[in-house]
Design a protein around this ligand. Structure first.
Ligand SMILES: [Zn+2]
Length: 401
């Protein structure tokens, strides 16, 4: 096989082969690798389990099973809304505080099986077309998981003037190794089957950075569980509703229905944040860096946070020596918008664990950011009581002097 770029490619290939051999010859210590975290680290295991679980919008069952198993022993009661959101309650008296993360992830749905056994796909959530080509996917078929790849056009036959083009999503197909529609059906595939990225969790080279899919918002789900573990034993005068919602990525739908049941007086969303520390950054929208602490959303296109609650988060973080970062992102919405618009209006804030490369097959989160977020959430809710909640909800102008 040859094409016009093949000579250059051949030279590059032999250089890469040499470098690979040279790097492999170095002792591991010379590369700066550290010992990987203990396989028994419960936080790593929790994050791994949540990241690997398939759960596109409307098909959150595997994630819900994990959340219920973790939350039920820590909750006084647990129930569901009619869209499958999980509502776990601690405490039965005091102000109603809702702490929210969503279970669903970016994904898709099988549209149609073509006569030659390929599948077309309806995307669910905000994907870039360039993120879709040449990726591995898992289809949740009726006979179990089916491996798939979105094919890529072959460079040998792509005209030179098309090589820099992004191939649009409507031309993409999922290849499952079937040659006919009958073979695809025999694998347990039919229209409507959920599709998710296939991207196994990895601790990145002994660092405290974790590579995986669906950090938006499985990192928030893990924060919910670890915060619940701590508030189960802390003396606070509040009713805490830990809520794992559904269908956030297609319009905050579970947050709306769960809020109708919880009727929160204060709402705290826990999300994946947007870092600005790669690809030149976007300083007008995010100043977040991976590993530099949890973030607070000051603006997004779905909601404005309550300013007194933002001030309280900042004070709480300062008292615990936790650095906080800020996001003001225009193309972003989150569950706090639905909590805010519920129960006659609710003070809310969206707190985020920074993530590189959200809404893609492979994202990176940082363990220190995660641990600090858990502490921040726990300190925040432990510091609330009827008096502070009343003050946050009070819009009476100060008396004239
Ligand atoms: Zn999200």
């Amino acid at each position: 096989m040859r094409n016009s770029a093949s000579c250059k490619l051949a030279r590059l290939h032999s250089l890469l082969s040499f470098l690979t051999v040279a790097v492999l010859a170095l002792p591991i210590a010379a590369l700066g690798a550290q010992a990987p975290p203990a396989a028994s680290d419960p936080t790593v295991l929790l994050l791994e389990k949540l990241s690997n679980a398939p759960g596109p919008p409307g098909a959150e069952e595997p994630v819900r099973a994990i959340m219920v198993a973790e939350m039920k022993p820590l909750a006084g009661s647990l129930r569901y809304d009619g869209l499958g959101s999980v509502i776990a309650q601690q405490g039965t008296a005091g102000p109603r505080i809702m702490i929210d993360a969503h279970m669903d992830e970016l994904g898709g749905m099988v549209r149609r099986i073509t006569p030659n056994g390929l599948l077309t796909m309806q995307m669910l959530g905000g994907w870039l077309d360039q993120a879709l080509v040449d990726q591995r996917w898992t289809i949740l078929g009726s006979k179990g998981p089916v491996h798939a790849v979105t094919g890529i056009r072959d460079i040998h036959v792509v005209p030179a003037d098309e090589r820099n083009r992004v191939y649009p999503r409507n031309g993409l197909t999922l290849d499952i190794g079937a040659f006919t529609a009958e073979q695809a059906a025999a694998m347990g595939i039919e229209p409507g089957d959920p599709v998710v990225p296939d991207s196994p969790f990895t601790v990145l080279n002994g660092s405290d950075n974790y590579l995986g899919k669906a950090w938006d918002d499985r990192v928030g789900c893990a924060v919910l569980i670890e915060a619940m573990q701590r508030t189960a034993h802390s003396a606070h005068p509040n009713q805490l509703f830990y809520v794992a919602t559904t269908q956030e990525e297609i319009g905050l739908r579970g947050a709306r229905t769960a809020s109708q049941i919880v009727k929160p007086e204060i709402g705290i969303a826990i999300e994946g944040g947007i870092t600005g520390d790669v690809y030149g950054g976007h300083p007008e929208e995010t100043q977040e860096k991976l590993g530099a602490g949890p973030g607070i959303f000051l603006y997004d296109s779905s909601t404005l946070p309550n300013r007194k609650l933002v001030a309280r988060v900042k004070q709480t973080a300062a008292a615990s020596a936790i650095p906080v970062q800020f996001d003001l992102v225009q193309g972003y919405g989150d569950d706090s918008a639905e909590m805010q618009a519920s129960n006659g209006g609710t003070p809310t804030v969206n707190l985020v664990v920074p993530v590189r490369y959200t809404h893609a097959h492979n994202g990176i989160m940082n363990r220190k950011d995660f641990d600090q977020m858990v502490t921040l959430v726990v300190d925040l809710v432990n510091g609330l009581d009827q008096k502070t909640v009343d003050a946050l909800r009070d819009f009476t102008p100060p008396a004239a002097p």
